[in-house]
Write a protein that binds this ligand. Structure first.
Ligand code: UD1
Ligand code: CA
Length: 456
């Protein structure tokens, strides 16, 4: 049977108190709207339409790569009105449309499949995903008749004193028979507390005309919606728990899951150990047998097997097998560090490649450089890559020894197997196998203290 989905995302989200449209807020690194779109696609619903309005341009850009359809709701006149704006998308298709709210990022693929299945097997014209809550707060209430069948949904603000006590709530997620939905939408009015066209009223309309309406129960967790920054934090805590559990099941050791922050697309190999305070973001890949000691931020980077890293930041970079990093290293975008290398404390690497077995152990800046393998950087080396106007490249060969406190003034080349003496400021090419000394010779003035009257 034909299946499609509409995701409502045109609302402003006033309660978020934010410049960003509500559905563009991220939950574990992914926008809420994209969570919902991905769940639909994973549940084999190919045709997905998103109703946009407030912040439409931002939502469009943020969902661009998912290749979905858009319907525009110019004025936010309610969830029912939002679905009316997607009429063209529904067209003359016969089948089922799943309608989901864009602010419910915790829904899972298996529940969507179960809901669709329940809806189609039961021949319902509408099936609501519901949940029972001890504190149903502002959710719409599911009102059942004396036979226990769903009669209607009443919005929190429209509830009578009796209705407000109902614990079964509307998730804002449903399946509808497309034709019946379109007919009922025409009958909506906005005679309610919020003067809006409620999608929820479609349920009562269908019931009154004798159509079969069902309800399918889901966990509170899955239907939790995000309407404020407090609820955003709650949703992230739930999502984080799921993500961490998945990695632990895959063989990753997480010392303290409540203090480990892994974005949903991050991949981690087995037997990697993660200490508290790690923040793993974007499309990061951490391979096997790594040890992430406390407090790293690793974003959009690839760490090969057996790496140890501590209290460091790595952004859009790659690190080779068995290299150690930190504490307090800063590896900036477009850097590539080789195998069994060492990037030590207070070392900053920017847009540079560092070869295998090279050691940059302490207090060093390397920018716009290409460094070979087997090199050793003394403490306090600075690659002087910027003259205030342009950036220049530094090339360092293999097995080079850079003495402590060397300045390498780019553009400059240091050839294989050469040495620079401590305290040198290197401005010219250093040939292969050479020692380059570029500093004033030491001069001792005998008895200067006494002769100049400085003695105490
Ligand atoms: C809605 C339901 C409520 C349910 C709750 C679950 C209605 C009338 N109420 O309430 O029964 O318990 O979700 O989370 O449907 N939107 C539009 N256009 C509009 C208004 C809203 O696209 O004109 C979108 C919003 O962007 C949002 C979604 O619809 O993604 C839900 O809107 P929201 O205002 O959050 O509805 P609730 O009051 O939470
Ligand atoms: Ca909501």
């Amino acid at each position: 049977m034909y299946k499609c989905a509409i995701i409502l995302a045109a609302g402003e989200g006033k309660r978020m108190n934010s410049k960003t449209p509500k559905v563009m807020h991220k939950v574990c690194g992914k926008e809420m709207i994209n969570h919902v779109i991905d769940v639909m696609r994973n549940a084999d619903i190919e045709m997905v339409d998103v109703v946009i309005g407030r912040g439409a341009a931002q939502v469009k850009i943020g969902t661009e790569d998912r290749k979905i359809n858009y319907s525009v709701q110019e004025e936010q006149l309610g969830t029912g009105h939002a679905v009316m704006c997607a009429k063209e998308f529904l067209g003359n298709n016969k089948g089922t449309v799943a309608i989901f709210v864009g602010d419910g990022p915790l829904i899972t693929e298996s529940t969507v499949r179960e809901l669709l299945n329940y809806h189609e097997k039961g021949n319902f014209k509408a099936t609501i995903l519901t949940s029972k809550m001890n504190d149903p707060a502002k959710y719409g209430r599911i009102i059942r008749d004396e036979n226990g069948e769903v009669k209607k949904i009443v919005e929190f603000k429209d509830c009578t004193e009796g209705e407000i006590l109902v614990k079964e709530v509307n998730s804002g997620m449903y399946c509808f028979d497309i034709e019946e939905l379109l007919n009922s939408l025409n009958k909506l009015n906005n005679n309610n507390a919020q003067k809006e066209y409620y999608l929820t009223d479609v349920i009562g309309i269908l019931k009154n005309q004798g159509s079969k309406v069902g309800a399918f129960n889901a966990s509170i967790e899955e239907i939790t919606a995000v309407n404020s920054k407090v609820e955003l934090a709650d949703a992230q805590a739930i999502m984080r728990k799921r993500i961490n559990r998945k990695h632990m099941e895959n063989g990753v050791t997480i010392m303290d899951p409540s203090n480990t922050y892994i974005d949903c697309e991050v991949m981690i190999g087995k037997d990697t150990i993660i200490y508290p305070g790690n923040v793993l973001q974007g499309k990061t890949i951490i391979k096997e047998d790594c040890v992430l000691y406390p407090n790293n931020r690793i974003a959009d980077s690839v760490l090969d097997n057996g790496i140890e890293i501590q209290s460091s930041v790595v952004i859009e970079s790659q690190i080779g097998e068995k290299t150690t990093v930190g504490p307090f290293a800063y590896i900036r975008p477009e850097s590539s560090i080789g195998k069994q290398a060492r990037i030590g404390d207070f070392v900053e690497i920017k847009k540079s490649t560092i070869g295998d077995n090279t050691k940059v152990s302490h207090l060093t800046y390397i920018g716009d450089a290409q460094v070979g393998s087997g090199c050793n950087f003394g403490c306090g080396t600075v690659v002087v890559n910027y003259d205030g106007i342009s950036k220049y490249k530094t090339i360092i060969g293999n097995n080079v020894f850079i003495g402590c406190n060397t300045n390498l003034v780019a553009p400059v080349t240091i050839n294989d197997n050469s040495y620079t003496a401590a305290g040198s400021t290197i401005t010219n090419e250093v040939p292969k196998n050479a020692l380059s000394i570029a500093r004033a010779r030491q001069k001792n003035i005998e008895n200067w203290v006494v002769k100049s009257g400085h003695s105490k």
